[in-house]
Design a protein around this ligand. Structure first.
Ligand code: SF4
Ligand code: SF4
Ligand code: SF4
Ligand code: FES
Length: 561
């Protein structure tokens, strides 16, 4: 029906299923579509069929959410039963005989599905020209409201479209209704258009049952039933922590991440590890035109692990920021003293020549905990060779370097402390954004963010996670480990000529385990850059939450992130 032939999407129930429930495992048998299939006590018929590779259409069920039985698409024919029960809520029984796709079942399903479509903007679904139309309108068109698939950002991963193709729906027999509900776009990160909502309650189950928040619920009654916050307050006031899981489980385009709407199908999606804190959340970065356009959990984690607002919503703005540092600069006095862009070789040679003029006790190295393990390893190795001072990574310790008589600093993040550091003659700053420090530093070396490089990151519980490059860095920014390696080689130090990151990783595997400083989830900075300075929505979130906390008599700093 659609120009893309029907295939199970990543959202389909068949792709994953829950692990068998705990307790004693009792193997039993039942019959589905003439096949004898094994099941375990406590499994639903849908779970048994899925495990056996038998497709039953679903819209409200998901393997990682408790069953709800809202859509009635998963109905089955059970021998000896006069009605068609939902397979997602029906426990499998020994000797049960089930059929999943009889002509009568498909007719009932088609009717049920048409009732759902009648209250959803479904004009594109039943348009007989849609195949041709989609060839021309391959991306979605921009519009304030979604009035059909061609204006919906969910188009490429839509479960409604998949089911309509599976059921070969060509018309809708019921009066079609556009609910005309107001668009909800006052919250900083989510845009909600409940005119697309099919009341499957996946979002509510993810929010309440899996994550333990009760930010949203089914409100009102009967025909007016809708998803919303209790007492219709904003999400900021409802206790929503903006984890975005409701978006990830929604089968329609009703819930979307602000800013991700207009890019259409990503050119590629890269699974990597968030490096904003040491939690080590696995995430998928969607890329379009070599820009990060959206970040979301992999499907299997979308309802199982809680993501924080920074990782879920702030990364595109942080990575794509206009004032990212792009070219190495060296401060020179031509008419007045200013930073001048120079080739990398010149910046490195200038830095190496000047650093060699300082004694080891006069050199300080400052390490950002947001670096990859490879960069941390190489920086510590470099520090051992050029400095007798301990490597520091918090502002208080930077101040201590002053009393040690440090005159030259190589820092991997910016800090206000540098402008008050007495006796500092030579500041080399490796950073991602322009800042006060980059204005005062003599040499500025632009580096990559985690979305722009390969590497690994040690997270909590001694786990090591892969960081995979998703986009090219801005301008000539380089990964930190390459900068340190080039600087060390230019200073004539041996043991820094790694040809590739794999080469460096081999060395690390055989070295002493690293003590990597941790970044807390509550930290509001990334590599010394305040996230609220770079992401307008995050600034709004923090200020609004603090104001709400204050009005409720809570501490203004008690903001959950
Ligand atoms: S959710 Fe969007 S893409 Fe899917 S059927 Fe509705 S309008 Fe079309
Ligand atoms: S963003 Fe998270 S907390 Fe907020 S409504 Fe969605 S699932 Fe609930
Ligand atoms: S907003 Fe999405 S997930 Fe929530 S009930 Fe509506 S369609 Fe289902
Ligand atoms: S999937 Fe079973 S009722 Fe919706």
């Amino acid at each position: 029906m659609w120009h893309l032939s029907f295939k199970l999407s990543k959202n389909s129930y068949l792709q994953t299923r829950q692990a068998p429930k705990g307790g004693t495992i009792m193997t039993k048998w039942m019959n589905i579509n003439g096949r004898r299939v094994v099941f375990e006590e406590g499994e639903t018929v849908l779970e048994v069929a899925t495990k056996a590779g038998i497709f039953i259409p679903t819209l409200c069920a998901r393997p990682d959410l408790p069953s709800f039985g809202a859509c009635r698409l998963c109905i089955i024919d059970v021998e000896g039963n006069r009605t068609y029960p939902n397979s997602c809520t029906l426990p499998a029984r020994e000797g049960m005989v089930v059929r999943t796709a009889t002509p009568d079942l498909q007719t009932v399903r088609r009717n049920v599905f048409q009732l759902i479509l009648a209250e959803h903007p479904s004009y594109c679904i039943i348009c007989k020209e849609h195949d041709e139309c989609e060839k021309v309108r391959h991306g979605e068109y921009k519009a304030g409201r979604v009035i059909g698939c061609f204006t919906c950002s969910n188009k490429e991963i839509c479960e409604i479209r998949e089911i309509s193709e599976y059921l070969r729906v060509k018309d809708i027999r019921y009066p079609m209704l556009y609910k005309n509900l107001p668009l909800e776009r006052d919250d900083p990160f989510l845009v909600r258009d409940y005119n697309l909502c099919i009341l499957c309650a996946r979002c509510i189950r993810a929010c309440q049952d899996v994550l333990g928040y009760s930010a949203i619920a089914l409100t009102k009654r009967g025909h007016d039933t809708k998803v919303g916050t209790i007492l219709e307050v904003s999400h900021l006031e409802s206790g929503c922590v903006f984890c975005g899981h409701c978006i990830d489980v929604c089968p329609t385009g009703a819930l979307i991440a602000r800013g991700s709407t207009w890019f259409g199908t990503p050119d590629k999606s890269v699974t990597t590890t968030c490096n904003l804190c040491s939690h080590g959340c696995q995430m998928v970065i969607d890329v379009k035109w070599d820009k990060v356009v959206n970040v979301h959990p992999p499907y299997e984690l979308s309802a199982r692990r809680e993501y924080c607002v920074k990782g879920r919503f702030c990364i595109p703005a942080l990575v794509n920021g206009r004032d990212r540092l792009k070219y190495p600069t060296v401060k020179r006095k031509v008419i007045k003293e200013e930073q001048y862009p120079v080739p990398w070789d010149e910046a490195i040679t200038h830095t190496a020549d000047k650093l060699k003029g300082y004694k080891p006790e006069e050199i300080g190295i400052i390490l950002s905990p947001s670096l990859t393990d490879e960069a941390v390893y190489l920086l510590l190795k470099f520090a051992q060779r050029v400095s007798t001072n301990p490597v520091v990574f918090i502002e208080e310790d930077i101040k201590n370097l002053q009393s040690q008589g440090v005159k030259a600093i190589f820092s991997t993040f910016n800090s206000n402390v540098f402008s008050e550091f007495d006796g500092l003659e030579f500041l080399i700053l490796q950073d991602i954004y322009q800042s006060n420090s980059s204005d005062t530093a003599e040499v500025v070396l632009p580096t990559t963010m985690f979305a722009e490089e390969d590497g690994t990151k040690s997270g909590e519980e001694y786990m090591k996670y892969a960081i995979n490059k998703a986009v090219e860095p801005p301008g000539e920014a380089l990964p930190s480990w390459i900068i340190v390696s080039r600087l060390a080689q230019s200073m004539g130090l041996d043991g820094f000529n790694h040809e590739s990151i794999e080469n460096l990783q081999d060395e690390i595997r055989n070295a002493e385990p690293l003590e990597i400083p941790k970044v807390s989830k509550q930290q509001l900075e990334y590599m010394g850059v305040p996230i609220a300075d770079k992401v307008e929505e995050f600034r709004l979130y923090i200020t609004s939450k603090r104001a709400i906390n204050q009005s409720k008599g809570k501490g203004v700093l008690d903001v959950q992130i």
